[in-house]
Design a protein around this ligand. Sequence first.
Ligand SMILES: Cc1cc2nc3c(=O)[nH]c(=O)nc-3n(C[C@H](O)[C@H](O)[C@H](O)COP(=O)(O)OP(=O)(O)OC[C@H]3O[C@@H](n4cnc5c(N)ncnc54)[C@H](O)[C@@H]3O)c2cc1C
Length: 451
Amino acid sequence: MVVLAARQAGGEATNRTRTTAATTPRARVTHADAVVIGAGPAGSAAAAFLADAGRDVILVEKDGFPRDKVCGDGLTPRAVKALQSLGLDEEAQGRLPGWDRQEGLRMYGGGVVLDLPWPVLDEFPSHSVTATRSLFDHTLARHAVKRGAQLWEETDVTGPLYLTTSRRRVSGVAYRRDGDGGGAEGVIRAPIVIVADGGSSRFAVQLGLHRDGRRPMGVAVRAYYRSPRSTMGMMEGFLDLRRHDGEEGELLPGYGWIFPLDDGLVNVGWGLISTSEHFRTTNYRKTLEQWVAGLPAAWDLSPDTMVGRPRSAGLPMGHNRRPPVHRGALLVGDSAGMVNPFNGEGISYAIEAAQFAAEAADDALHTRSDRALDAYAAAVADAWGGYYRLGHVFLQAMGHPQVMRLCTEYGMPRRRLMDFVFRTMAHLVNHSSKDATDLLINTLSRAVPAA
Ligand SMILES: Cc1cc2nc3c(=O)[nH]c(=O)nc-3n(C[C@H](O)[C@H](O)[C@H](O)COP(=O)(O)OP(=O)(O)OC[C@H]3O[C@@H](n4cnc5c(N)ncnc54)[C@H](O)[C@@H]3O)c2cc1C
């Protein structure tokens, strides 16, 4: 009876579930140890880690899988390591159908082309992988279910439940589900609430937690093309983008990418940061077309080879929604603005934060004390606080096209300097190493306060 109720609510009940349900579909009450809002990388990873720890977890996703998500689809060695931490070893190798594997980054800028192999480090693998987010997110959500989490698809979390009328402590979520037989509404009561509903995070706003406008934001657009570049075995990054509309155009303070995918496709995109004066006035899709039109004809990137339509979205960077523990809820991934300001990467941080959050949540359930949740905020600040502040300083400078141009023209011909820049931007550092590059990046990150 109990299991049936969970299935009707969209869940895949497990033999571990302790779910209880009320009698009418419109007043359903479900209990769990933890509820996770959103099944992107952050939410699915958090659900998988918590289920692995033996906890009863419900992962709620408003869409149905597979579903698209605007992204570059790039998983750097940092993200590959995060996949390994989840136990997704085959996917991390990048050799399964739908997955592609690369050995480095080809960087274009200042008239120079540099091939930078991923560094060989103790703490990270030396390859990257790509997979469309449609495949990637579905894989992670299925993985969470395999680990024992319930996945409720096509279920929209509509707001928080509180423990008391003072609203100091969240104690679950309300949800709505539109199905063939009419809508269903209900609540999930859980001592642990993990917020992983992405950059706009309606749930965080409902908790009264807004984005900090002084912290950086990015906007990027991407499109898929059928192109011979899909077999290049390298990610490609472009430091100086120009508008090409018949003549040599203005240099843009963003950066572009071409990432190869399996099956003859490439993901092509470019992004701008909020420190740029063009941030709010640029037509992102048109600029993508103009930039791509100036790339070599042999790459075959044209409106004829485009698959689907270009789509854009925001990148919440540099911990731009704080604190990550608020009214007892834990914010993970884009909902807490965890995108790396240096390179726009968010997936690895979403998964790493999910692990920190799951550990703190498991501890809090074990000790029956919210004090354990503070360990999550401390772990995030300790892991990336200083580095992200450094990234903010970097973005302030890069928002000026002249500074960007000078850096590109001076830096690109200097191989050792670019190796350093490359590792700094990709955040690929051994923490306990005596290597000069590791020492310098670690020292710089520590020198900047995390707040
Ligand atoms: C153009 C672009 C390119 C990018 N390229 C890269 C890249 O190459 N590599 C990289 O590492 N990062 C990249 N990023 C960043 C990356 O996409 C994000 O950092 C990452 O998706 C964050 O994961 P998340 O789980 O926190 O959020 P999301 O992936 O946004 O997932 C949030 C989930 O919550 C669900 N949800 C929302 N509201 C509700 C609700 N009310 N109820 C239930 N479910 C809800 C959503 O449907 C979604 O499934 C890029 C971003 C953009 C915009």
